[in-house]
Ligand binder design. Structure first.
Ligand code: HEM
Length: 513
């Protein structure tokens, strides 16, 4: 009796081959890189080596192979795609998440050495509606996450309504986001296509945003031209003690990771949520030509300074750092690129000697977002820390935009910051910073005004009109009590969402079953 026809035999061989190649995709035999997928600007604190992190994490009991890779590494991505999706077939999605996607998810540990990095790092996070779509109804004990960004965008974040929001963010249909990071966009697109094939129509795309480090010597700088990502906090259990930079805050792991030491609800979270983190995503459009025009028009008038130098000084006082990253608290009137490149010194300040704003305005972005010595020192308020992990998006300013001093309305020319912040408590972290400090006109002194870089005045003035004039004091070092009215928002909120980035074991044992 003929047991198999030739075609059945061929099918068996093919399926055996397919499962063998699927096996070849296992992490330990994936194709390996020869160069890092991450950037390493000298101004930013470096990542620990795998050995350093292993020893730091063992003393704090952190499992870095179970924590998704994006949470602790900061703003070091070269290219990063944010792919927002809605789950349309939960059963298929869950099955594929466990069987094929999980092995693509990149842990913290994997990112720490080139030899263990994948070609494209993959992370995944879910909104509260996304968790519900997967049948997860446990209370993660974060009401801000639970309610979603649409519900507190105006009341807490001062967005002037949602008129400028990306349509996909208006509503509750964003169930999750894939974060795909690599050194080329081709790699990222290949991995996205792979994921979409695996998920076999169980998700639909809501929105995508391609981030990329700016070119040449602007790598690491955001679109207004300032070096970014310098002052993320060190995390106990990840940052080796010897590598904590002078002036860098040191926070317990539970400020970032649920269920770890000093998490506000350490003992009340569902056990599976341990080692996950809340991911705040905001698409923040930057109107760079308008920002530059404002600086030129209001260039500070200082002895022996050209108007260009006066414009640079105003920009530095708005941010609190020069474009190089040198903090104005240490070098108030001239940029100091040597200081900027020295990461033992470039974060070592605490505003404690500045009472009259001749060094740094009270309203400067970095002083509003992290008041350091103004509130008693860098480690005084550990709960009010976030890890910023965003990346610029969009092209460089075009000649036409430069000439007209205005941002193009062509959607393909939109540029800004794909803002990402991690924390274990969104109210204490991102929302506190935005509401109580950045947009609080009386923080930290009465009459300070909003943060001139990113603050908006809509909540304070009870209006939903964009570009509500913002009155800011302290920008002129000659006359710190004088105020300046800024009639334009340099940053426009295009919306966003709150997500939960679970541990790999939570994906394996809870989210995919
Ligand atoms: C388009 C939007 C934004 C731009 C262009 C921007 C730009 C910058 C720059 C250039 C720095 C200095 C570099 C550094 O210290 O790492 C910085 C620091 C910082 N930013 Fe932003 N930022 C934006 C949005 C935000 C938002 C929405 C928040 C939170 C509400 C935030 C919180 C912080 C914090 C906490 C620091 C560190 C301050 C310090 O520790 O000294 N930023 N930002």
């Amino acid at each position: 009796m003929k047991l198999f026809s030739a075609s059945v035999f061929a099918a068996i061989i093919a399926s055996h081959y397919a499962s063998a190649t699927a096996h070849i995709r296992a992490p330990n035999v994936k194709p390996r890189r020869t160069n890092s997928l991450l950037t390493a600007p000298p101004q930013q604190p470096p990542l620990p080596s795998a050995q350093q992190a292993a020893s730091a994490s063992s003393s704090a009991g952190l499992n870095l192979t179970d924590i998704q890779g994006d949470i602790l590494i900061g703003m070091k991505k070269n290219k990063e795609l944010f792919f927002f999706f809605s789950i349309t077939d939960a059963a298929t999605f869950k099955a594929k998440l466990g069987s094929d996607i999980l092995e693509l998810i990149t842990s913290t540990n994997q990112l720490l050495a080139v030899a263990t990095q994948p070609i494209t790092a993959v992370n995944v996070a879910f909104s509260s509606t996304g968790l519900k779509a997967l049948g997860i109804t446990d209370d993660l004990k974060d009401p801000v996450f639970e309610a979603g960004m649409l519900s507190n965008a105006v009341s807490d974040l001062s967005d002037p309504g949602t008129g400028n929001w990306v349509p996909g963010f208006v509503g509750t249909s964003v169930h999750g986001v894939f974060l795909l990071a690599s050194d080329t966009i081709d790699n990222v697109n290949t991995e996205l296509a792979n994921i979409q094939t695996i998920l076999n129509g169980s998700i639909t795309e809501i929105h995508r945003l391609q981030g990329e480090a700016r070119p040449g010597d602007q790598q690491g700088h955001e679109h207004f031209g300032f070096m970014d990502g310098i002052s993320n906090p060190a995390v106990d259990g990840f940052t080796p003690p010897a590598e904590i930079r002078p002036g860098q805050a040191l926070i317990p792991p539970g400020i970032m990771l649920l269920g770890e030491a000093n998490d506000t609800f350490q003992n009340d979270r569902p056990p599976w949520a341990k080692d996950g983190s809340f991911l705040v995503f905001r698409q923040m459009q930057q109107r760079a030509p308008e920002f530059n025009k404002f600086l030129q028009d209001h260039a500070l008038n200082m002895p022996n300074m050209t108007s260009e130098q006066g414009a640079d000084l105003l920009g530095a006082r708005i941010v609190g750092r020069w474009k190089s990253d040198a903090p104005i608290d240490l070098t108030p009137l001239v940029d100091d690129p040597v200081l900027a490149a020295d990461n033992q010194r470039n974060n070592n300040f605490d505003f404690s000697d500045a009472t009259n704003q001749t060094r740094c305005p009270f309203s400067a972005h970095i002083r509003k977002a992290n008041p350091r010595g103004d509130l008693g020192g860098i480690n005084k308020f550990p709960n009010q820390h976030i890890i910023r992990a965003g990346i610029p998006y969009g092209p460089e300013v075009t000649d036409a935009e430069k000439a007209s001093n205005s941002s193009s309305t062509d959607p393909s020319l939109e540029r800004g910051l794909a803002f990402v912040a991690y924390q274990s408590n969104i109210q204490n972290g991102f929302v506190f910073l935005q509401k109580n400090w950045v947009d609080n006109t009386n923080f930290f002194r009465p009459g300070t005004g909003v943060d001139p870089l990113i603050g908006t005045n809509s909540r304070n003035s009870g209006t939903d009109a964009p570009n509500t004039p913002r009155v800011v004091s302290g920008l002129d070092p000659n006359n710190a009590t004088s105020t300046i009215e800024i009639g334009i928002d340099f940053v426009v909120s295009r919306g966003g969402e709150y997500f939960f980035s679970p541990s790999l074991s939570a994906i394996r044992t809870v989210l995919s079953v």
